[in-house]
Ligand binder design. Sequence first.
Ligand code: HEC
Length: 128
Amino acid sequence: MARGSTLPVLLAGMVLASCDGAGTITNPDDIVFPDSAVSYQAHVQPWLTLRCGPCHGSGNAAGGINLTNYSSLLFDRPNLVVPGNPDESLLCQVLEGTLGHPAGQFQFLRSDQMAGIRTWIREGAFNN
Ligand code: HEC
């Protein structure tokens, strides 16, 4: 009878155990983007590295697009990030699905986190 409840309880315990606030964030869903004053260092880069880094890292940049450091993000690919203009930024277009992602559409991207990326770009895409 109670079999169905065992797994959710175990999973909840694992999530709590990984949220001790002590170490590096390993789950991108733990990153909370504020409504304004989004930080590149605290929010944007950890999120991109965890979500996109496996295919867009320094040694394995799919399409030559490295999303794991600031200068690559801003300068390697024209219009990937257009400071002040999220609509013109390929990054937002791909995340929000108005431009297709060659390796397939993203699943499990949270709208509040995509909005956070958008806010960071609108605020000037600083290395803040
Ligand atoms: C499973 C691997 C994989 C992951 C994860 C991944 N990508 Fe990609 N991405 C690719 C491949 C492959 C391409 C195409 C490379 C090429 O053009 O040869 C690509 C291309 C792109 C492009 C260029 C699109 C264009 O029109 O030229 C952008 C922008 C991009 N990815 C953003 C992202 C972002 C943002 C994330 C994280 C949310 C991400 N990718 C995660 C594999 C991946």
